[in-house]
Design a protein around this ligand. Structure first.
Ligand SMILES: Nc1ncnc2c1ncn2[C@@H]1O[C@H](COP(=O)(O)OP(=O)(O)OP(=O)(O)O)[C@@H](O)[C@H]1O
Length: 265
């Protein structure tokens, strides 16, 4: 079944071992169509490995993945045509111009009217004046816009973002987040986002998966998590989880209430 009634992403029992290191340890989750799910976790929690398995860059040790109704083990080609990816840590060939790079990606996706598509996406992302400049001779913010143009060249239904605003100034980062919001509103696309920026997560995510050492240790909407941990922002929730006490503020509140009740009886 590949209709719009299937989730954008269904992951079950997913695991990745690199020799003795278990990078992703038996995780399962579903991302509904049109929603944004954030993967949150400290360095080495397994976020990038999870995204890399969805993209087909890393082969899972175990588990199943379905994207947009396609089984990623047997129907990878169909799914890849509808997906795309952005990360500031992945550079494009530096010597190719922006136009040449975008043209290569447009052709890889088998798009028709490549020249027009490159021109349109460059216009949309205010890149027209840089089209004939080598990609290596751009500022970080300009490179991010080129990365976005590459990520959206095929108008993906499922967009995977790995720290998309890392190293951007607050103004440019805000612009990029607004761009994602507008793209989602216009196309109904689904986003899976790994981020260390808690404000970004609170702003963009409908749902959050908290990862520690390859496992999902908690999940919920930002509002649910704030309430459950008794916190006012996601940064504090992140610290509660990352510090790994396993005791949430909400548990503490309950325990303290029980102590009070016990003492009173
Ligand atoms: N190719 C690899 N070979 C061996 N170990 C790896 C490889 N890639 C990742 N790892 C290990 O897998 C674990 C998860 O790494 P991953 O990059 O997925 O984490 P992450 O949550 O994305 O971290 P960060 O926030 O630092 O980017 C880490 O312990 C890492 O050292």
């Amino acid at each position: 079944m590949t209709g719009a009634d299937t989730p954008a992403l269904e992951i079950s029992g997913l695991r990745k071992c690199y020799g003795p290191v278990t990078a992703v340890d038996d995780i399962s989750f579903t991302v509904p169509r049109g929603s944004t799910t954030a993967l949150l976790g400290g360095n080495g929690a397994g976020k990038t490995t999870t995204i890399a398995m969805v993209l087909g860059l890393v082969t899972p040790t175990a588990g199943s993945l379905h994207a947009l109704g396609y089984d990623l083990e047997t129907e990878r080609r169909q799914a890849n045509a509808l997906m795309n990816f952005e990360s500031p840590y992945v550079d494009m060939p530096m010597r190719l111009t922006v136009r040449e790079n975008l043209t290569v990606y447009a052709r890889l996706y088998g798009l028709s009217h490549v020249r027009e598509r490159v021109r349109a996406i460059a216009d949309d992302l205010a890149l027209t004046e840089f089209l004939d400049r080598p990609s290596g001779k751009l500022s970080a913010g300009q490179k991010t816009r080129v990365g976005l143009a590459k990520a959206l060249i095929n108008e993906p239904e499922l967009l995977l973002l790995d720290e998309p605003t890392a190293s951007l100034d607050p103004d440019t980062a805000d612009w990029v987040r607004s761009y994602f919001e507008a793209y989602k509103a216009r196309t109904g696309a689904t986003i899976l986002l790994a981020s260390h920026n808690m404000g970004e997560v609170e702003r963009l995510a409908d749902s959050v998966l908290m990862m520690t050492r390859g496992r999902i240790v908690d999940r919920g909407s930002p509002a649910d998590l704030l309430a459950r941990y008794g916190r006012t922002n996601m940064e504090e929730v992140f610290l509660d989880v990352a510090r790994g006490t396993g005791i949430r503020a909400a548990d503490l509140a309950t325990a303290s209430q029980q102590d009070t009740e016990g003492a009173a009886s």
